[in-house]
Design a protein around this ligand. Structure first.
Ligand code: HEM
Length: 212
């Protein structure tokens, strides 16, 4: 049976998504129960991850199908750098400690997203559609529980992208239009499962550092 890639990605990662949302670090952050520094630590891990994901773009752009997944307005590295400078000051780079799970995530991105367009699609789907979905909820928590203002929340702002819902629909349509057969789509869905697992591992490492 042929399935659209976007639907396949969603169903392949549904359980992993529920598990990620229920992780102790995530629950604590969403309830405002960890210090702000724990969120800033998460943001520094995101920085390493997005730098690796976005480093794959020249490779992906060279492939006509892959190029349809690239949108300048999705780029997160500069937005994260801005937020980190606001939250930790101009010397934030000297304070960054890349956690072991983050290093594994970065290594996976280097191996997979920069050499296989399907791998890039799996990892880009996992991060960008997540940022455009749950990111809205997380931004609300950061405002309400931690008192952050727009200047520290560039990570969640996508100027030039329009409203999240129509953009997510467009992105899903681009995923569905990729000229990949059933076997390749299954490989991509499996890689999205790996991506969710790596995100969960980062939350576990953050929990070990920041939860009592
Ligand atoms: C506090 C934690 C989280 C919350 C509250 C949350 C919330 C949501 C919500 C409400 C949606 C549905 C949006 C829609 O149907 O349009 C969604 C979708 C999504 N989330 Fe999360 N999420 C969280 C964590 C994560 C994590 C850790 C990841 C992976 C890195 C992730 C990746 C995704 C993806 C890829 C989608 C798109 C699903 C699809 O339509 O195919 N989320 N999230």
């Amino acid at each position: 049976m042929t399935t659209d890639l976007a639907a396949e990605l969603r169903s392949a990662t549904r359980t992993a998504h529920e598990q990620a949302e229920a992780m102790p670090f995530v629950s604590a952050l969403m309830a405002g129960r960890v210090p702000l520094d724990a969120y800033v630590d998460l943001l520094t891990q995101h920085h390493a991850v997005y730098a690796a994901l976005e480093a794959a773009e020249p490779f992906v752009r060279a492939d006509p199908a892959g190029a349809t997944l690239l949108f300048d307005a999705l780029a997160r590295s500069a937005a994260i750098e801005h937020d980190l400078a606001v939250l930790r000051g101009p010397t934030w780079r000297a304070t960054v400690r890349t956690l072991p799970a983050t290093q594994r995530y970065v290594d996976r991105l280097r191996t997979v997203a920069g050499t296989w367009v399907g791998g890039y699609a799996a990892h880009a789907y996992t991060r960008y559609l997540g940022d455009l979905s749950g990111g809205v909820t997380i931004r609300g928590v950061l405002r309400r529980e931690y008192g952050l203002g727009d200047d520290a929340l560039h990570f969640y702002a996508f100027p030039g992208l329009g409203k999240p819902k129509p953009f997510k629909d467009l992105y899903r349509a681009r995923l569905d239009a990729l000229p990949w057969d059933d076997a390749e789509r299954a490989r991509v869905a499996a890689e999205a499962g790996v991506a969710f697992g790596l995100n969960a591992d980062v939350f576990a490492d953050l929990g070990a550092v920041h939860l009592p």
